[in-house]
Design a protein around this ligand. Structure first.
Ligand code: NAP
Length: 174
């Protein structure tokens, strides 16, 4: 399992149920990285998607204890154990590898599933923005190391810069 997230320098990821900022290059990259794969997210994150519905051209697994009609066509998990069963079934039925299962938010689901993740792709915005949802701080977690950082890119529409960070879980047995 891997995670994809967009954060500000303090690991803020959202405000009032929405993203802090929409960076079109980053949203395109998100699409490229997730189409054809399995995305895993909480019901509140679904509400931030177009028409408040699951994303097309991907298998969607939604964590919820309150199934809603909009979730039709998705897999629904009401616990971690249930999620892990669904993942095993999908691996047995299709040709998915561990890295094809992508955790895409929000805060509660990142926290819940980070222990199962081996990689995190973090889009880092260069400026702190108002936030009430956060991703765990990987820089202060000795189980994680930053392995690559891209050059900074400009987002002129939002007047900010961002870069792509790739973190990997350190294999403590090595
Ligand atoms: N920056 C980014 O990359 C990024 C990405 C995604 C989201 N976000 C932001 O994150 C914020 C939302 O995060 P959030 O924590 O409030 O919501 P969330 O994690 O998206 O969804 C929370 C919901 O997930 C379900 N859930 C949580 N734990 C569960 C469990 N153990 N078993 C079954 N269901 C479980 C519950 O759904 P029910 O209430 O339906 O039972 C819960 O209300 C928003 O601001 C959003 O924009 C940011």
């Amino acid at each position: 399992m891997i995670a994809i997230v967009n954060t500000d320098p303090k690991w803020g990821i959202g405000k009032a149920g929405a993203l802090q900022v929409h960076i079109s290059q980053d949203l395109q990259r998100f699409k490229k990285m997730t189409v054809g794969k399995v995305i895993i997210y909480g019901s509140k994150t679904m509400q931030t998607y177009p028409q408040g519905k699951p994303l097309p051209n991907r298998i969607n697994i939604i964590l919820t204890r309150n199934p809603q009609p909009e979730m039709a066509g998705s897999y629904l998990a009401d616990s971690i154990d249930n999620l892990l069963e669904i993942i095993e079934d999908l691996k047995n039925t299709y040709d998915y590898q561990d890295n094809d299962f992508i955790v895409v938010g929000g805060a509660s689901i990142y926290k819940l599933l980070l222990p199962f993740c081996t990689e995190c792709h973090v889009t880092r915005i260069d400026q702190e923005l108002p936030a009430d949802s956060f991703f765990p701080n990987l820089d202060s977690d000795d189980e994680w190391q930053l392995v690559t950082q891209s050059d900074w890119q400009k987002d002129t529409k939002n007047n900010l810069q961002f870069c792509y960070l790739h973190y990997q879980r350190i294999n403590k047995t090595n």
